[in-house]
Design a protein around this ligand. Structure first.
Ligand code: HTP
Length: 817
């Protein structure tokens, strides 16, 4: 930000400490100092934030509302400083005050308001929306507890609550003026309106207030500041409880509890739904608040011209979680603004668009009609009517084919299917990588593609280069800037292609690998200070970080570690380059198998790290509490990026892109965005192995998969599986028998080795041997690493957002003077 001096910042920090805490720098805690710095920076952006909204209003701009249950923003401060180009100014100002900027940064809580890829994608999208000047709101829930904090005790995951608001919320601005009432339950009544028509309303309902907190979304090198609006729940009658008579008192207490629970916790299961009533309430809560407010604002600006709504408003549904927006928009248009059904329906469909993020059937949200109709009686009526009309349309289309209609209906088998509602009620359905979108059309949503071919499209995910290189990897960023000659690549990542000719330049290779090594040293020092374990920075850093899920196959990687361990034990003189395997992953609290895999990784680490025959050639580390700020430390230090999901299961992946951008070489399957990464970087610079999605599909369909045959024929597989149960890892022999059984016999009714770990094992082992060979040729490795960075331009979320804006939202960027 031009014109800002060190003095502004110093004065701001001192003043904020004084007024907010009655403290001086000497007496303030680290958290208070962090808050004072954060408030100072927020103050600095307020002017642009206000200007942005004045501009939006004056020019009556079209706006996208990104509706999402999750925003995994990561720490705000460092990103704000980077995007405002204040890195040096702030550092010097704090230096002069005697404040260590790193300490201030580390005192910021990392708000974990998301589970994984879905929430982090939403955060990257917001960064790109502001940076490119698109008018946008992110709309979600202000959970008081984010995803749990993971501790490892005796090798097991233990969950602790994460109260990220403990020390205050310096970035949030409470907006009481936009608080709205949200109604649950009750009975639907019809009342005759002034227009002579009957309209529906509710009586005997419970309600809570939705109160928005606004957070600035600061773009890079721009004056545009968009808004992340997170809704918090509060009781409606908070203040006059005392005056209530008996019956109302009980109701008021219920409503108090409802409010307390509503925005309390994020459901910590990724790619999986548990169908809990509270979650449906959360969904309706933030959707209803958002839709009500957006339509009020539209009415203020445009009166009753709701037929123009889609020209000014687009709702993007981040997965099925916000798909109640379809029904809520219908409700408000019908019951509040008294539009006719057909008119309201055309408006709704033109305004909503849906992104599908996953092919896992356990992630498809379905709500029991009993819960849905009891909690949201008016919304349920509307959903039934949408369903009735949709089924009538299907009968026209297919003739009377009851089986087909039952399969495609929105309400069937006692359930409401949210994906079907999102597809029918919007104008766009997109997948998140080419292969994923293709599978949606060919298999998963084939019937819908037949009826609505024009709605289907693909938008390959992306990541923001601001957080994921400029901020987290300053060394490499500087090298890129001096090599290219300017910083434009930070907002036009395709410029990285200019590095390609440098991939074979010996001097550039040396510079590039020096930075990689320095990042590895930094990470090792961090591990040493935090966990008391250093790692060898000259070893290969082989990293797999993501949610723990069977389809992501952490098991394949740890099996390979066991195999290497067995190999070295049998041939102690074998020549392998030392390797450090780093895992980090949270498992859903109720996901027993995933938690057992965490225990296995820790048990393997115990044995391997302490075995003198291994002599440091393998080191295994499970780093607790994977989160955005930890990722920012791991990604720049990786040599090898593990992206090894069963083909056809990982919709896109976005961690894969972060590692590629930072010069790690990927070992991966032809799944998700890996397929497009291969197109960009070429097969010489990536280690691709294993079955294709078609092969996986065919093998599953055939029913011929026989892991016992693999066990009998492959000595290495046999050895790895035996290690699970022969006492090496666990003196009682029983702890990991479940995994052994799951691989060979199937466990708890599941098919044996459902995710084809053993089927892909030999190919993976071969690919890992190729990694070892490639790394031994340091110049070859440097070339590969540079080519990865240089070829990653496509995976900027700026590119993704431009495609959404051009093709789905028809949204134009603004410029603010
Ligand atoms: C998923 C997929 C992952 C995607 C990510 C963002 C599920 N959101 N929900 N996501 O597991 O592959 O990259 O689209």
């Amino acid at each position: 930000m031009a014109g800002l001096t060190k003095k502004h910042i110093k004065d701001g920090v001192i003043e904020n400490l004084r007024t907010a805490y009655r403290k001086t720098i000497a007496s303030a805690s680290n958290e208070q100092i962090y808050n004072a710095v954060a408030m100072t920076i927020k103050d600095l952006v307020s002017e642009n934030w206000i200007k942005t909204h004045e501009h939006f209003e004056k020019n009556d701009v079209k706006t996208v509302y990104y509706l999402s249950m999750e925003f995994l923003m990561g720490r705000f401060m460092g990103n704000a400083i980077l995007n405002l180009s204040l890195t040096d100014t702030v550092k010097e100002a704090l230096d002069e005050l005697g404040i260590d900027i790193n300490l201030a940064e580390e005192s910021e809580p990392d708000p974990g308001l998301g589970n994984g890829g879905l929430g982090r994608l939403a955060a990257c999208f917001l960064d790109s929306l502001s940076t490119m000047g698109y008018p946008a709101y992110g709309c979600g829930i202000r959970y008081h507890y984010g995803i749990f904090e993971q501790h490892i005790e005796n090798g097991y995951q233990v969950e602790k609550p994460d109260n990220w608001l403990r020390h205050g919320d310096p970035w949030g601005v409470r907006r009481d003026e936009y608080a709205r009432e949200i109604k649950f339950g009750g009975r639907v009544i019809s009342v005759k309106g002034d227009d002579g028509n009957f309209h529906f309303d509710l009586e005997n309902y419970q309600s809570v207030m939705a109160v928005p907190f606004d957070y600035p979304v600061i773009g890079y090198d721009t004056k545009v500041v968009n808004t992340l609006r997170l809704w918090d729940a509060e009781p409606v009658n908070r203040f006059d409880l005392q005056s209530f008579n008996q019956g109302q008192y009980e109701r008021a207490v219920e409503e108090q509890n409802l409010a307390r629970n509503l925005s309390s916790v994020l459901y910590p299961a990724d790619d999986h739904v548990s169908g809990k009533e509270l979650r449906l309430r959360q969904q309706y809560f933030f959707i209803s608040a958002t839709v009500q407010r957006v339509l009020e604002q539209f009415k203020e600006r445009h009166g009753n011209k709701f037929d123009k709504l889609a020209d000014y408003v687009q709702f993007q549904l981040n997965d099925t979680h916000p798909s109640l927006a379809v029904a809520e928009l219908m409700r408000v248009l019908l019951d509040v603004y008294h539009l006719e059904w057909d008119v309201a329906w055309d408006i709704t469909r033109a305004t909503c668009a849906y992104t599908n993020h996953t092919l896992l059937s356990e992630a498809l949200e379905k709500w029991p009609v009993e819960i849905f109709s009891r909690l949201l009686p008016r919304i349920y009526m509307i959903v039934e009517e949408i369903n009735r009309r949709f089924c009538a349309h299907l009968i026209e289309w297919y003739g009377n084919d009851p089986e087909k209609i039952r399969k495609m209906a929105i309400c069937a088998d006692g359930q409401v299917r949210m994906a079907h509602m999102a597809i029918v009620g919007g104008h766009s359905v997109n997948g998140v990588a080419a292969i994923h979108s293709q599978i949606l059309k060919d298999i998963e949503l084939r019937d819908f593609y037949e009826v609505y071919p024009g709605k289907f499209n693909s938008k390959t995910n992306g990541i923001t280069p601001r957080r994921w290189i400029a901020k987290c990897n300053p060394g490499l960023s500087k090298l890129i800037t001096t090599t290219i000659g300017n910083e434009k690549w930070i907002s036009d990542l395709s410029q990285l292609a200019k590095l390609k000719p440098k991939a074979t330049d010996a001097a550039f290779q040396t510079d590039f690998m020096k930075i990689k090594r320095a990042n590895k040293v930094d990470l090792s020092n961090y591990f040493r200070s935090k966990y008391g374990i250093g790692v060898d920075p000259d070893s290969i850093f082989d990293i797999q970080v993501k949610r723990l899920h069977e389809y992501k196959r952490q098991l394949l990687c740890i099996f390979h570690v066991i195999d290497m361990y067995n190999t070295i034990k049998m041939n102690p003189n074998i020549d392998v380059w030392p390797r450090t395997y780093i895992f980090s992953a949270k498992a859903a609290a109720s996901y027993h198998r995933a938690k057992l895999i965490i225990k296995l990784i820790n048990s393997v680490a115990d044995i391997v790290n302490n075995d003198p025959t291994i002599d440091g050639r393998i080191q295994v580390l499970f780093v607790p509490n994977y989160c955005v700020s930890l990722a920012e430390k791991l990604v720049p230090a990786a040599d090898v990026s593990e992206q090894i999901s069963t083909a056809g299961k990982e919709a896109s992946g976005t961690g894969n892109m972060k590692f590629m951008l930072n010069g790690a070489v990927t070992i991966g399957t032809l799944d998700g965005a890996n397929v497009e990464m291969l197109e960009e970087v070429g097969k010489d610079n990536m280690f691709i192995f294993g079955m294709t999605a078609e092969e996986v599909h065919a093998l599953t369909q055939s029913g011929n998969y026989a892991p016992w045959d693999l066990y009998n024929m492959d000595f290495n597989i046999r050895n790895v599986l035996t290690t699970l149960i022969n006492g090496t890892l666990d003196p009682n022999h029983d702890l990991f028998r479940e995994l052994y059984d799951a691989m060979l016999n199937g466990y708890g009714g599941a098919r044996p080795d459902e995710y084809y770990v053993l089927q892909d094992f030999a190919a993976y082992k071969k690919a890992q041997a190729d990694v070892d060979l490639a790394y031994k040729d340091q110049s070859r490795w440097a070339r590969m690493a540079i080519m990865n960075t240089a070829s990653s331009g496509k995976f900027s979320s700026d590119r993704t957002i431009k495609e959404y804006a051009d093709e789905i939202w028809k949204l134009k960027p603004v410029k603010i003077k």
